[in-house]
Design a protein. Structure first.
Length: 188
């Protein structure tokens, strides 16, 4: 599914892309907007306070997609097993971290504007990120360690994750392996 601000996109293929379907995991589809929000918000709360968040670009696209896929597989498993759910206090604390990062890094504010993000959107993503983190910790791992941004996290080599990965059905949508800039704020 490609969304354009105009219905006459056949004549002008330079129209900005608002969003697009990216992947399907266990019959749940995810968009590029969902992936970018998840990855940027995750980096904003996991990286040290002095480090800027990592944004999704053409250079890091494949690693970001892989990291998001891994997180969504873990999140689906946590949901299936009625696993960890982030408390309101945890989400509030993480939300405060996002506010501080926005004040410190204008790039994060601009990213949220481009993505047409509300505070509720941020809280939903934070709940997801914290659920994944909690589930990884419950498996005796140290959470997001190593190179979590590029999808090469330490938990990926554990027996529980390998079993999970073998059970998951996954596919990328057409052109999902290529980075394309999206502009969701065009419809808000």
């Amino acid at each position: 599914m490609l969304l354009f601000p105009s219905t006459n996109f056949a004549q002008d293929s330079t129209q900005p892309l608002i969003d697009r379907l990216l992947m399907e995991i266990n019959r749940f589809s995810y968009t590029q907007r969902q992936m970018e929000l998840h990855q940027v918000i995750k980096s904003a709360i996991v990286l040290p306070e002095m480090d800027p968040p990592v944004f999704v670009t053409a250079v890091n696209w494949s690693g970001q997609v892989e990291a998001f896929k891994n997180d969504k597989m873990v999140e689906q498993e946590a949901q299936r097993l009625s696993g960890f759910i982030a408390s309101k206090k945890m989400v509030n604390s993480a939300s405060d971290m996002i506010v501080k990062k926005q004040a410190k890094f204008s790039g994060l504010r601009k990213f949220f504007q481009r993505m047409a993000v509300s505070n509720q959107d941020i809280r939903v993503v934070l709940s997801s990120v914290l659920r994944v983190q909690g589930y990884i910790l419950s498996k005796g791992q140290r959470g997001y360690v190593g190179n979590y941004i590029s999808g090469k996290d330490s938990y990926l080599m554990t027996p529980w994750f390998k079993k999970l990965k073998n059970r998951v059905t996954y596919r990328m949508y057409a052109e999902g392996r290529e980075y394309k800039k999206i502009e969701p704020n065009l419809i808000r």
